[in-house]
Design a protein around this ligand. Structure first.
Ligand SMILES: NC(=O)OP(=O)(O)O
Length: 303
C-alpha cells in the first residue's frame, strides 16, 4: 500500500517554536509512528510544511547584514533542514535508505496569489507585535482557539512537480521518500529556463499532487490538532470522526474551517479522493499509525 503522510510545519515546531531541539523531539515521536507503518508494509512518502521554519529564516535575514537570499532559496533551505532531521530519525528506526528530494514545483507567473499575500509563515504574534512589524500579517486562530497574527507571503497554486519522475522511481524501491517539502520550491518554467519566485506554496496542495503522482492509496494530513472540528473556534465546535467527501464539501462550503489552516487540508483531501484516492485522513502527528489503521483522526471516504 502506498501511503503519503504530510507533516505540518507547525506540528513539527510546537507553539511556533522552531528550535532544532523541539523539532527533533516531535520528529522522533512521529518517526516511531512511521516505523510502525513501514513494518506493516506501507511504501511511505513524506511531505512536510515549513511555515515556522521559513518564517524563522526570514526573521534572521531581517536582523542580519549577511547577503540576502531570496525566498525560493529559503524554502529550499527548509527542505534540507527538515529532510535531514527526518532522514536521521527514520534511518535510525527503519534501517532503510531514506532519501530527501529537493523538490521544485512549477507555478503560473500570472497567478493572482502574487498580488494577494495569504500564506501564514513564522510565529504567532500578538496584536502589538504585528503592529510593530513592517510586513503584512493576517488574523489566525491558534490550536488553542485564540486569535493571533502571522506574517503572510504569496502562495500560488502548484501545477507540476519537476522531480515527479525521479520521486516515482524512488517510491518504487519501497524505501521512504521525503519530497515536496514546504510545498516545494516555487519556480516558473519559461523560454529562459527555470526561475525561482518569491512565494511559499501551500504544502497541502503540493502533497495532493505528490499523492496523485505516486498513485497513493491513503493520504494522511498530520497536524497539530487531533481531528477536524465542525464550527471550529465557536461554542458549537464538534469533532468529525468519519465523513464522506460530500459531507466534508458541505462543511467546507459553510466556511467552517480555518482559512490557510484546515481549509486547504480538506480541499487537498477532497481533490485526492476525486482523483481516485481510497481514503484521506486528518489526524494529530502523534496518531499517524492509528489514523492509517482507521482508528484516529477524521476519516474521509469517497462516499
Ligand atoms: N508550506 C506550508 O504549507 O507550510 P505549513 O504547512 O507549515 O504552513
Amino acid at each position: 500500500m502506498r501511503t503519503v503522510v504530510a507533516l505540518g510545519g507547525n506540528a513539527l515546531a510546537p507553539s511556533g517554536e522552531a528550535t532544532i531541539a523541539a523539532q527533533r523531539e516531535r520528529i522522533e515521536a512521529t518517526a516511531d509512528q512511521l516505523r510502525e507503518l513501514h513494518e506493516a508494509g506501507h511504501d511511505l512518502v513524506l511531505t512536510h510544511g515549513n511555515g515556522p521554519q521559513v518564517g524563522a529564516l526570514l526573521r534572521q535575514q531581517e536582523e542580519s547584514d549577511a547577503p540576502e537570499r531570496p525566498l525560493d532559496v529559503l524554502v529550499a533551505e527548509t527542505q534540507a533542514q527538515l529532510g535531514y532531521l527526518l532522514q536521521q530519525a527514520l534511518d535510525e528506526r527503519i534501517h532503510a535508505s531514506v532519501a530527501s528530494v529537493v523538490t521544485q514545483v512549477e507555478v503560473d507567473p500570472e497567478d493572482p496569489a502574487f498580488g494577494e499575500p495569504s500564506k501564514p509563515v513564522g510565529p504567532y504574534l500578538s496584536a502589538e507585535q504585528a503592529g510593530e512589524r513592517d510586513f503584512e500579517t493576517t488574523d489566525v486562530t491558534t490550536p488553542e482557539g485564540e486569535t493571533a497574527h502571522r506574517r503572510v507571503v504569496p502562495s500560488p497554486e502548484p501545477r507540476r512537480i519537476l522531480e515527479g519522475e525521479r520521486i516515482e522511481t524512488l517510491v518504487g524501491d519501497s524505501e521512504p521518500v521525503v519530497c515536496g517539502g514546504g510545498g516545494g520550491v516555487p519556480v516558473t518554467v519559461g523560454d529562459d529556463g527555470i526561475e525561482g519566485v518569491a512565494a511559499v506554496v501551500d504544502k497541502d496542495h503540493t502533497t495532493r499532487l505528490v499523492a496523485e503522482r505516486v498513485g497513493a492509496d491513503v493520504l494522511v494530513m498530520a497536524t497539530d490538532v487531533p481531528c477536524v472540528y465542525a464550527d471550529f473556534g465557536t461554542p458549537e465546535q464538534s469533532r468529525i470522526a468519519d465523513a464522506t467527501a460530500a459531507e466534508m464539501r458541505e462543511h467546507l462550503a459553510g466556511g467552517e474551517f480555518g482559512e490557510g489552516s484546515m481549509e486547504p487540508k480538506i480541499q487537498a483531501c477532497l481533490d485526492f479522493l476525486d482523483a481516485g484516492g481510497e481514503r484521506a485522513v486528518v489526524a494529530g502527528t502523534e496518531d499517524v499509525a492509528a489514523a492509517v489503521r482507521g482508528d484516529a483522526g477524521t476519516q474521509i471516504h469517497p462516499g
